[in-house]
Design a protein. Sequence first.
Length: 482
Amino acid sequence: MSVLSAAGRAGYPAPVVAALCLLVAVLLGVLIALAPAAAIAVGLSGFISLLILRQPTAVFPVLLTLSFLQPLLLRLIPDSVDYWLWIRRADELVLAVLLPVAIIRLLIRGRVPLGRATLLCIGTITAIGLVAAAMRETPTTVVLLDAFLLFKGLTIFVIAYAFAPSMRATAALLNAVLVFGVTAGVIGMIEMVAPALVRDLLPLTAQGSRGGQTCIVSIFEHEGQAGWFFAFVATVAFSSYVVTRRPLFLATFLFLSLCSVLTLRRKPIVGLVVMVLVFVLLGRRTNQRVRAATLLLVMLLAGAVFFGDTLVGVFIDGYQQYLGGPDPMKVARNAMYLTSFRIACDTFPLGAGFGVFGGYTSRLFYSPVYYEYGLSKVWGLSPENDHFIMDAFWPHVLGQFGFIGLAAYLALLALLWIPVLRVMRQPGSTARRILAFVCVLGFAEALVESTAQSVFETTLSAFFIFGFLAVSLANERTTRPC
């Protein structure tokens, strides 16, 4: 079947598809001529574009696979290699290619992924960001790039909604995620006890270390990403256990929780506790809530017995670093939070605008705001060492969009998750309930992570958080978006 005939069967006008194919071919040809390494990202985009026409429901599994492979490739390949940057940016290029196609597909099928209230929140944030950016004369490219990255989760949501697999296929994908999570956990465990053996098989970068102690990194870029991933996949195992009561899922949950703890990151540890507590509060059946509360108590006691000294040291170190210091402005994360509040007050009712505070764009094009508020002299926020500019998500929102923009973003998140919260409390098929639990509990864990990590802007975490949410809602024909 040719591309044009496949496009006709999918409902796309053949002349429009032909014109778009020609335009894209010319533009991508120029791009490859200028930067041959771009062929990696271009090849991925082309493959997925053809997949859309031949097998639309396969798009989500392919994106899921790519989200797994990207961190592994980034850890295997030295960042000095020419095509390393294209591998890092391939996810954004694929999303940019898929978004307009997803919107067209939704319009043809008469589907609406986002309700009026959600669009109002998006419009409010965008209007504040554009007005404030115009007042600061922020370059257009900076504004557009930051807007794309800020709304990356929504982009993934729309794409996943347009190409959502069936509930049966999604259940198989969740099981595949569990298998991958356990495999990554085993690799991480072996890496801790026999790092030389792992490096003989996989040329990974330096072993993870936190506070002078060896920690799990596994196939991921750093222990922060590993900690979030193991915590999220533990949420999948926990959701499967409370719905099916199968011991295998319980064992998987305990193993993945252990892996998350061994990353020695505070956020995933607290996030797992919060996740179980949210289930205890929101679970539909009393016996499920009692089992969850008992499980949490047993886990806390086991953690105190086997890892008490290590975990106490990790949390004491965090207290001394972020709360016990004499000057909070000397700590990058604290300085970002405090300065975002100052910016919101100084620029009320707006903010600093798109692209100038707390996001990747403000780091790529070092923002003058950091000079204005003295952050350029803070370790980790200076032009020479800017690694902690994205150390937390919420300063990005508060600093750029002010108090009104922060309220709009919080409302946006609430509006996205309210429908699936209703699904979680309703009777239904096993797969339907597991997916609803994963969405709600995974979001609760992500909120904890977002206080000290940009989980809503990183592709891997955003895909899991927003992607599975979209699949859940797309399979609920009677649930209207808010």
